[in-house]
Design a protein around this ligand. Structure first.
Ligand SMILES: C[S@@+](CC[C@H](N)C(=O)[O-])C[C@H]1O[C@@H](n2cnc3c(N)ncnc32)[C@H](O)[C@@H]1O
Length: 335
């Protein structure tokens, strides 16, 4: 196959347009097979050249056209997880609602049968102030500091298990479990707390739909789910970034936090399930899937990004072999 750049023990990376590849290839061999489609799609930029009003509509229509394609590829109880940030109107201190229109396009699509299962927010306290024009040059707006994560599915009951994505207990809760007694009774909120209700150790507390990607207050307990914690601690200086630096490669500018991918991978899939990232970029999702022993397919339009993603699989903590496809037809001169 000429689009296949490389494969690993669990997955393969294809280079090209994801709509075209989905229609021509995935739809033939993988219809109804993906347990999870997880991706951060390209986003409309708010410069006029790239996205004026018309292009805004074009973006919305393009986004909507993904709905039936993804829906066909999902298993009946599969999930579609999309991470997307906020955008701003060109030259105005006004937030765009394009992403909301895009979401409405997905859930209102007449045949795709998708619904919003739950929205998550990924709050990043250390995000650089943006939009700079309205936050630092003119001090008119607050820092735009979170992205949305939409979890969609074809059924009201996609496969999900929140016991697989627990948060470490707070110090207070750990003490309480040790002490073995609790101040039971009715709270001002009218919640009635039983004597033993809070004393069972479930291994952690139930995750919230807000991720605080770095602790706001150093002294406070970090309350991210275990999966996010174990992946995100190394995120900024992990193997991939170090290698890119050493080799003089400019790493993908919009990499997703691997902890977010690991959270949803654990939450919504089991080992051996198949995962798709149709806008793979540096292939964070393929890397996480490989680590968590899920099968994966990634699609990336930009061959340079696709090539740099191979570095991830040289990570010595991964027990995998990378196989470059001899029949791959490169679009880059001299490759
Ligand atoms: C936000 S980035 C994804 C980053 C990725 N999550 C990571 O961690 O590196 C979106 C990616 O989609 C790619 N892309 C844009 N249009 C595409 C298309 N039609 N088909 C496949 N990939 C596309 C871009 O080149 C870009 O790398």
């Amino acid at each position: 196959m000429k689009n296949l750049l490389y494969s690993t023990n669990y997955g393969k990376l294809l280079v090209g347009d994801s709509i075209e590849i989905s229609k021509k290839y995935l739809n033939r061999f993988y219809k109804g097979k993906f347990q999870l489609i997880i991706t951060s799609p390209p986003f409309p930029l708010n410069t006029k050249k790239t996205y004026g009003n018309l292009q805004g509509k074009e973006y919305r229509d393009w986004f909507e056209s993904l709905a039936p394609i993804f829906s066909d590829l999902l298993t009946d109880n599969g999930s579609l997880v999309i991470e997307i940030g906020n955008a701003w109107e060109f030259n105005r201190p006004v937030q765009s609602v394009l992403h909301l229109e895009a979401l409405m396009g997905l859930v209102n699509h007449p045949t795709a049968n998708l619904r919003l299962i739950q929205e998550f927010i990924a709050y990043n306290p250390s995000r650089l102030p943006s939009p700079a024009m309205w936050v630092t040059v003119n001090r008119l707006r607050a820092v735009d500091s979170y992205t949305h994560i939409w979890w969609l599915a074809k059924s009201d009951y996609p496969k999900a298990d929140n016991t697989k994505v627990l948060r470490p207990y707070s110090k207070g809760m750990q003490q309480l479990l040790k002490r073995g007694s609790y101040n039971s009774g009715t709270r001002p909120s009218q919640h009635s707390i039983s004597e033993k209700g809070f004393l069972k150790d479930h291994g952690g507390s139930i995750s919230h739909n807000l991720f605080e990607l770095e602790p706001i207050d150093e002294d406070r307990d970090v309350r991210l789910p275990h999966n996010v914690l174990s992946f995100s601690n190394t995120n900024s200086n992990d193997f991939f970034l170090k290698q890119c630096r050493e080799r003089g490669i400019k790493s993908h500018p919009a990499r997703i936090q691997s902890g977010l991918i690991s959270f949803f991978t654990n939450f919504l899939t089991d080992e051996g399930d198949l995962i798709l990232d149709p806008f793979a970029g540096s292939n964070t999702s393929g890397f996480v899937a490989e680590k968590l022993e899920r099968k994966w397919i990634g699609i990336e339009l930009d061959e340079n990004y696709a090539r740099q993603s191979m570095i991830r699989f040289e990570d010595p903590t991964l027990d995998t072999k990378i196989k470059i496809n001899d029949n791959f037809i490169s679009q880059l001169e001299g490759k």
